[in-house]
Design a protein around this ligand. Structure first.
Ligand code: NAG
Ligand code: NAG
Ligand code: NAG
Ligand code: NAG
Ligand code: NAG
Ligand code: NAG
Ligand code: NAG
Ligand code: NAG
Ligand code: NAG
Ligand code: NAG
Ligand code: NAG
Length: 403
């Protein structure tokens, strides 16, 4: 995978995909001329496996070992990516775009740089307080959003201490930059998706969780506001009914339950219900805290745009997992990406990347590909599907991408 000669350090396999990427870049480049560079002092991020870039494997390495196994991270510079993705996450694109710096996992002690913020997200973390963690039980972790916010508060205590008491040989953000930083919150996916995936709840029961999940997100945002934050980016849920894992695990006989794009209405309805309540609660925050900015990034509708005209984005696999095997959606719950198994007498090893990962929306049946994350980040920077209208109104500059 060659990065050096490219304008953007994004892995692209296949000439077709490269041409599309350049086109996308070109259109951003045009408006970039008039816009200011994005400039937040630092970025602090919160959430689950959609945002974790190394905390889970640092804290619970046996449980989350898959995140560093092939082919996770194949499209990531220097490989060992510690993410459930082929390459970069949405938060990686956003943080690099606003800071020209990567955002490191707070628990990563080796070769990290916290001068531009930190990532507190943890794979398996619910937005709601997790009071019943079960060790080694798949995607489940004790570090729900409330704990992540406590880590942030503790972090500030330490920053103040080092600024006032001891000079350390580590570049740290200035304490008074905390109110000029961007706070990225992408939580809630874990609360619905994994209980459905493990068939612990029904779709109807998932709908009954919406109030408490959105409530937990808003509680966390208010706490972060009280901490001093003044700019937030809150991300909504993807269409759950379009994920290869749920499409495989809940085969519907009645085709009326599939929408125009082949997604399951009953699960998309959970996302829509959550997203509608989240929007209304964010609007409440905007009217209460008039001196803060609450960006709401509408990931759902970026995803929908891609489903509507995938070819415009260089996507051909909309509902099939890139890293997976078998069935209509290239997904098998007992033969997950990074694992091996025997199917119909053949040894199958899901340790190689699929041929064309930039042509897929979904990576492992659950998490989006880096390509989808890139499409979403581009949209949010150029003001598409983000409120307040205009979005960040700044241009992300990936030309200096760190590898
Ligand atoms: C975007 O920023 C430019 C300057 O970089 C400014 O002229 C324009 O008014 C801004 N647009 C919005 C919607 O804030
Ligand atoms: C944006 O930053 C680049 C350096 O990364 C600089 O060359 C350019 O002049 C800046 N543009 C604006 C509008 O400040
Ligand atoms: C969640 O935990 C926090 C403390 O971390 C607490 O303040 C909050 O009340 C709890 N929320 C619920 C709904 O129990
Ligand atoms: C920081 O590093 C410099 C040079 O490496 C050294 O001279 C200095 O003593 C260090 N300071 C502290 C507080 O460790
Ligand atoms: C941020 O907080 C510092 C005090 O820590 C204050 O001096 C500064 O005015 C604040 N900036 C903003 C944009 O609120
Ligand atoms: C969709 O969600 C709404 C709540 O937003 C609920 O009233 C309705 O019954 C749900 N429909 C289906 C088909 O699940
Ligand atoms: C912002 O608004 C909140 C709530 O109204 C208030 O507590 C806080 O002091 C304000 N901060 C600034 C910097 O104006
Ligand atoms: C890879 O994706 C591109 C863009 O969608 C497509 O043109 C090409 O045929 C795909 N190649 C393979 C081997 O799937
Ligand atoms: C395994 O064999 C069965 C029966 O022949 C077939 O229906 C199924 O599609 C095969 N599975 C795969 C993954 O090829
Ligand atoms: C899923 O993978 C397992 C091996 O881990 C295999 O036994 C099973 O047949 C596969 N299911 C399908 C539908 O291919
Ligand atoms: C904004 O980004 C989206 C998603 O990547 C893209 O489809 C759209 O063309 C871009 N619009 C502009 C004006 O650059």
């Amino acid at each position: 995978m060659a990065f050096g000669g490219m304008a953007v350090g994004m892995a692209v396999s296949g000439v077709g995909a490269a041409a599309v990427l350049l086109l996308v870049l070109g259109s951003v480049g045009l408006s970039a001329a008039e816009l200011q560079n994005c400039s937040f002092s630092a970025l602090y991020s919160f959430g689950d496996s959609l945002t974790d870039n190394g905390n889970a494997i640092a804290a619970l390495p046996e449980q989350f070992i898959d995140s560093e196994e092939n082919p996770n991270g194949v499209n990531f510079p220097h490989h060992a990516a510690d993410r459930y993705c082929d390459g970069r996450l949405l938060v990686d694109y956003i943080s690099f775009g606003v800071r020209l710096k990567p955002n490191y996992a707070i628990l990563r002690s080796i070769a990290a740089d916290f001068a531009y913020g930190a990532n507190f997200a943890f794979a398996g973390a619910t937005a709601r307080n997790n009071t019943e963690w079960r060790q080694m039980s798949g995607f489940n972790s004790p570090f729900s959003l409330n704990i992540q916010v406590s880590w942030l508060e503790r972090y500030k205590v330490r920053l103040e201490f080092y600024y006032e008491q001891i000079a350390v040989n580590q570049t740290l953000p200035a304490v008074d930059s905390l109110n000029t930083s961007l706070y990225f919150v992408n939580a809630g996916f874990q609360d619905y998706f994994f209980p459905l995936y493990y068939k612990e709840i029904t779709a109807k029961e998932a709908l009954e969780l919406v109030d408490s999940v959105v409530g937990a997100i808003i509680t966390a945002v208010k706490r972060i506001f009280a901490f001093g934050a003044r700019t937030f980016m809150i991300v909504n849920l993807p269409p759950l009914g379009c994920l290869p894992a749920l499409l495989t695990l809940y085969p519907e006989v009645d085709s009326a339950r599939y929408d125009t794009y082949g997604c399951l209405d009953v699960f998309n309805n959970i996302s829509k219900t959550h997203n509608a309540l989240l929007l209304s609660r964010v609007e409440d925050l905007r009217s209460t805290y008039t001196n803060a900015t609450f960006y709401l990034a509408d990931y759902y509708n970026v995803y929908r745009d891609v489903l509507k005209s995938p070819a415009d984005y260089g996507i051909s696999g909309t509902l099939t997992a890139c890293c997976g095997y078998g069935g209509s959606y290239n997904f098998n719950q007992s033969l997950f990406c990074t694992h091996s198994g025997v199917v119909n007498g053949s040894d199958i090893e899901l340790i190689y990347p699929c041929l064309n990962s930039t042509a897929y929306l979904n990576w492992d049946g659950i998490h989006p590909t880096a390509q989808m994350n890139w499409i979403a980040a581009t949209a949010f920077f150029n003001g598409t599907h983000i409120t307040p209208i205009g979005g960040f109104n700044c241009s992300a500059d990936y030309s200096n991408w760190y590898n």
